[in-house]
Structure formats: C-alpha cells, structure tokens
Design a binder for this molecule. Structure first.
Ligand SMILES: C[S@@+](CC[C@H](N)C(=O)[O-])C[C@H]1O[C@@H](n2cnc3c(N)ncnc32)[C@H](O)[C@@H]1O
Length: 289
C-alpha cells in the first residue's frame, strides 16, 4: 500500500520545523500510523522511535525499520515502559498525532465508520472489549454519560434509550445498524451526520483515549530532556482542551504561543481530515535545582 493511501500526514511542515530533526537527535513518534511524520523526521537525520497500538501500523512500517527507526507496538499511555525497551532514557522530541488513521477509518471491518457497513468494533489495538460489547452491555446511564462526555451529543439520553430499546429484541451488530438507529432517534439535523458525535464518543470510550492521553502527557514531561519539544495534534475540542490545560499547568513545559497552529487553507482543501486539526507545542525547560 502506498504510504499516502494509508494516511496523509497533517501539518507535516510545522511538525518538522518544531521537532527540527538532525543527526544525533532522538525523536518519538507516538502515533506512527502510516509513518508519514516519521519518514520526514528520519529524512532530517534523526533517530526515530515509532509507536502504535495497531498491529497494522507496525506491519505497514516494518520494511523501513533500521538502526535509526525502531518500531514498538503498544499504547502511548505506557510511554515510560515502552521507551524502557530502547536505549533512550530521555529524548529530544515527542509527537502525538491523535485519533484514528485514514486506514483504520476506511476499512469497513474495523468498524470505525458510520458510513461503511461493518461489525461494531472500533478497537485500535485489535484486542480487548469492542464497541459491540459496550453498545450491547452498558447501562442506560453509562451510555448516556459516554455520549455526552465524549461526543458532546445533546441528544445523549434519547440515543441511549433507543439503543436499550433496540437491544431488547436482539443485539446491535453493525455500524450502519447503529447509525440508522441514531438517525431515527434524533431526526434530521444540521451539522453533519446525526451519528458522528456518538461514533466519536464510543470510539473514545472503547480505546480509553482520554486516559491514555492524560498519562502520556504527564510522562512526556519527564521523558523530554531540557530543550526537548512536545508537539500534539488534536482533532476535536475535548482533546485540544486537555492538551491546552495540561500545558497551562506545567512550569517545566513552556508553550510558545497561546493559539494553536492550524493547517493553511490549501492543506484544508486538499485534505478534509486536516480541517479540524490543531497543533500545540511546548519546550521543556531546564529543571530547577
Ligand atoms: C492520526 S493517526 C497517525 C498518522 C501518522 N502521523 C501518519 O503520518 O501516518 C493516529 C495513529 O495513532 C494510533 N494511536 C492512537 N491512540 C494510540 C495510543 N493510545 N497508543 C498507541 N497508538 C495510538 C492509531 O492506531 C493510529 O494509527
């Protein structure tokens, strides 16, 4: 598969400028995906540790593995442990390009898309409890809470009730079955497909995304050497808020600007996925003695 077909990297130039790869530098790409960012960092001469919890991403990048490009399958929430298996104790830069890759989204059998019929799966790691388990087992209260908290879905209770009613008859099995149920429960709405928010919410819950991000950000502070840089690309307001708050509360990580870096209009036109991207970055300060 062509690298671009797997995933088109977002804000590539900005990431390269911020992490400024050079020989001797060690950079962590904590969300390897199709390896677009990693390739650019390697081209700059840096050594790169590429991490992804999806075995597909590791397999896709495997042909490029070298003494300068180490691949690790794992959850970035466990960053210190994952880096423990490398020679590096501290690094010069860490990149998080959050969410799912186009590859994950475009494959019907992965169950991420409300537009493609497939099993209700949504597991980036391809292991553990799936969206099928969540949708068919969670209580009304838990479902409503997840849809509201992670999808900012105003009709969270109505959708949760419709899910419980439907599963009284038989389990909800497919993405399109769930999307249709949500459409019926909410009626026609402006602002995209009526299932968009719910699918985002379920995906975040199934993959424990907010918890992993919170653990990873806290660990990054320790893993960066003074002068090292942290770059985080987020795609929805929950993530961006978490990153912004984290950076605001850390004295040893100084964010160079209050406003996030966003893709230029041309990138937004060329790559619709880039439209909601926001990049925040910070520099690790010398530790006080
Ligand atoms: C937006 S894609 C990254 C694309 C990549 N930057 C590129 O240029 O191709 C996000 C990737 O991060 C992975 N991912 C998301 N959360 C993760 C986590 N907690 N731990 C490890 N990998 C994660 C996903 O499996 C996905 O492959």
């Amino acid at each position: 598969m062509e690298p671009q077909a797997y995933h088109r990297p977002v804000l590539l130039e900005a990431v390269v400028e911020i992490l400024s790869p050079a020989p001797g530098k060690v950079l962590v790409d904590a969300t390897l995906g199709g390896g677009g960012h990693s390739r650019a960092l390697l081209a700059g001469g840096a050594s790169v540790v590429g991490i992804d919890q999806d075995p597909d991403a590791i397999a896709h990048n495997q042909p490029m593995a070298s003494d300068r490009f180490q691949l690790i399958r794992g959850n970035f929430g466990d960053l210190p442990e994952l880096l423990g298996s490398t020679p590096y104790r501290q690094v010069d830069g860490i990149l998080f390009d959050l969410g799912v890759s186009s590859h994950q989204l475009d494959q019907p059998h992965r169950g991420f898309s409300y537009q493609l019929e497939g099993p209700l799966d949504m597991r980036m790691a391809q292991a553990g409890p799936s969206a099928l388990d969540l949708v068919n087992r969670a209580s009304l209260e838990d479902l409503a809470r997840i849809l509201y908290a992670y999808g900012e879905e105003p009709a969270s209770r109505r959708i949760a009730r419709a899910i419980l009613q439907a599963r009284e008859h038989r389990p909800i099995q497919t993405t399109t079955e769930l999307a249709e149920l949500i459409r019926k429960a909410t009626g026609h709405r402006r602002g995209g497909h009526p299932a968009r928010r719910s699918f985002q919410a379920l995906r975040i819950a199934v993959n424990g995304e907010m918890e992993a991000l919170s653990r990873a950000l806290a660990a990054s502070e320790e893993l960066l050497r003074p002068g090292g840089r942290l770059a985080v690309i987020s795609f929805h307001s929950l993530e961006d808020r978490q990153v912004k708050r984290f950076l605001a509360g850390r004295r040893s990580l100084v964010a160079p600007g209050k406003q996030p870096v966003v893709p230029e209009q041309r990138e937004q036109q060329d790559n619709p996925r880039a439209r909601s991207a926001k990049l925040r970055w910070a520099v690790r300060q010398e530790t006080e003695t």
